[in-house]
Design a protein around this ligand. Structure first.
Ligand code: TEU
Ligand code: CA
Length: 555
């Protein structure tokens, strides 16, 4: 119990700095959330209109994908002006009024920070291109080259070389993503200074934090570095990055905001440097658990891989650090299609696994309705540049159009980017005109109005899980222990504190299975708190049908 003014102040400070630990986040892909002005593109006023919906769901903060000025070579991840709102999304006034209204509703706003690269239309790059001695030349990475002889043979994430030759100065510039996304040169102190000014400018506006894009790629190896086993090694968490990350951390600390770094290629053994008490970010998005394993032509993800990968991250960060939990984002297909069978039960089962793990859960828009993958039937229906590039590569490798399409679309980013399904009307209530990407036909069955007519909707189940999690200390801070580690499809774990124990039991298989807990396990004295089916007492031997989920508390 605090008894002095100093104690109270200290307590308030701790609460303030760790509010994100007992929060639930919601990711908004603005192009696809809600179109308020009938141009087929989602926008800021659309988000504004839907704040009451988000409040009803029970989330605490939203992370909005990039809304800055951009030529959209990579849908906003190619920024041409960091301090301007893209006209598709609205104006700076719209943004400020969104922040104000959200704050009134007690919803925080997290922005996307994209500083590994800019757009090739950013004024810095337009200058940089002009001549060898332009003051902005060293804002990017330029190396002598010819069209035939590039500085090395490194490949970019979106396919093709990391180098693009430029005739004007007879050099090539470096990009780990598309050629329209030149990488900034972080070794240049001027670049860092400009970026830090920009970050402060946003923080001064009163936003509550950042999701930091592709941040593990900002440091590169020397251009003659030899790749051995991992083709991404030359720009994945390369030594020296820690200096830049420490500078960033110092700024974030000043403002006491929430930060979540997208940390592709950071192994769990290094996670405490990245997210621990003295880590660079409050939490990180790891990319291991959602990696595709298995057949190229298959849309299904491995439950066993998912479970073991999440278990590793849960245990590695048990004492130091904090997980950012997710099953979907704007780069992945829909989890109910990858790990489930598109049914509401599967959506609820996956929600149970996700929301009761240790960490801060991020729900991706539409996940709370059980939105599914889209049945793409031709490459013309695809917008994502990486999918199109992958498709073309498969064709050049000799695949037929049918085979190439089948492989390329399976894990396409566009599955999660189709418009939000608000209701059963023509364009799913997303817009009154043809949207930029097709609405899934199943919006007639899967949409947000279900919550008003069905008490057992996926939305209601999410609502219950969110409430349960936020009101239960053990589900926020409790120790995580995986049960039945060898079981291929049952995801079961406990969350415990000195005074409470919770047991989560989820069966992620389409078939009925039998599960047997070890004899040493005390199965008596558990009360069932939540299920997506009928209540069933915990027992040593249990028969579980497809996608059954049970949440028990020790009494
Ligand atoms: O994605 C980054 C990303 O996916 C890579 O960091 C990852 O390491 C790589 O694909 C390895 O598989 C972010 C955004 O989420 C994405 O939408 C953008 O296209 C990308 O950055 C570029 O800004
Ligand atoms: Ca619009």
């Amino acid at each position: 119990m605090p008894n002095t003014a100093i104690d109270i102040q200290r307590q308030l400070l701790t609460e303030k700095s760790t509010w994100w630990k007992n929060s639930v986040g919601y990711q908004i892909y603005p192009r696809s959330f809600k179109d308020s002005n009938h141009d087929g593109i989602g926008d800021l006023n659309g988000i504004h209109q839907k704040l009451p919906y988000l409040k009803e769901l029970g989330i605490d903060f939203i992370w909005i994908n990039p809304i800055y000025a951009s030529p959209n070579a990579d849908n906003g991840y190619d920024i041409s002006d960091y301090q301007a709102i893209h006209k598709d999304f609205g104006t700076m006034e719209d943004f400020q009024s969104l922040v104000k209204e959200a704050h009134e509703l007690d919803i925080k706003i997290i922005m996307d920070l994209v500083v590994n690269h800019t757009s090739d239309q950013h004024p810095w790059f337009l200058e940089s291109k002009k001549s060898l001695d332009n003051p902005y030349r060293d804002y990017y990475h330029w190396v002598d080259a010819t069209p035939e002889q590039l500085p090395n043979d490194w490949q970019s994430f979106f396919g093709g070389s990391t180098w693009t030759y430029d005739e004007t100065t007879k050099q090539a510039y470096f990009h780990v993503f598309a050629k329209e996304q030149p990488d900034l040169n972080w070794t240049n102190p001027k670049v860092r200074h400009e970026i830090y000014q920009m970050i402060r400018w946003w923080l001064e506006l009163g936003i509550d934090g950042f999701r930091i894009d592709a941040i593990s790629h900002i440091q590169k190896e020397a251009w003659d570095f030899k790749i051995t086993d991992n083709q991404w090694a030359p720009f994945m968490n390369v030594a020296g990055i820690e200096n830049y990350l420490a500078e960033l951390r110092a700024i974030f600390n000043e403002y006491n905001v929430m930060t979540v770094g997208e940390a592709s290629g950071v192994p769990h053994s290094e996670a405490s440097e990245w997210t621990g008490d003295h880590g660079y970010f409050n939490m990180i998005f790891e990319l291991e658990h959602c990696q595709r394993v298995g057949e190229l032509g298959s849309q299904k993800g491995s439950i066993f891989h998912l479970k073991h990968s999440l278990n590793q991250w849960q245990t590695s960060l048990a004492d130091d650090g904090w997980n950012a939990l997710y099953l979907e984002n704007h780069d992945t297909p829909r989890s109910v299609s990858v790990y489930g069978d598109d049914s509401p039960e599967a959506a609820k089962a996956l929600a149970t696994v996700l929301l009761l793990l240790k960490g801060t859960p991020f729900i991706y828009q539409g996940q709370e309705l059980g939105m599914t993958n889209f049945p793409f039937s031709s490459i013309e229906e695809i917008d994502a540049a990486d999918t199109i590039h992958f498709y073309q590569t498969l064709l050049t490798e000799g695949k037929t159009t049918k085979e190439a399409l089948n492989i390329a679309i399976n894990w396409s980013r566009d599955h999660s980017r189709t418009p939000f399904q608000w209701d059963e009307s023509l364009f799913g209530g997303f817009s009154t005109v043809t949207p930029w990407l097709k609405v899934n036909q199943n919006h007639q069955l899967i949409n947000a109005t279900q919550k008003d007519v069905e008490t057992n909707s996926v939305f209601h189940y999410y609502q219950q899980l969110i409430r349960l999690r936020k009101s239960t200390e053990a589900l926020i801070y409790g120790v995580f222990t995986l049960l039945l580690p060898e079981h291929p499809t049952v995801f079961s774990y406990t969350r415990t504190t000195e005074t409470e124990s919770w047991l989560i039991l989820v069966q992620l298989d389409q078939n009925q299975i039998t599960v047997t807990f070890p004899d040493s396990w005390e199965t008596a004295g558990w009360e069932e708190v939540l299920t997506n089916t009928e209540y069933k007492p915990l027992a040593h031997k249990m028969i579980l049908s497809d996608y059954e989920a049970h949440v028990y508390r020790k009494v």
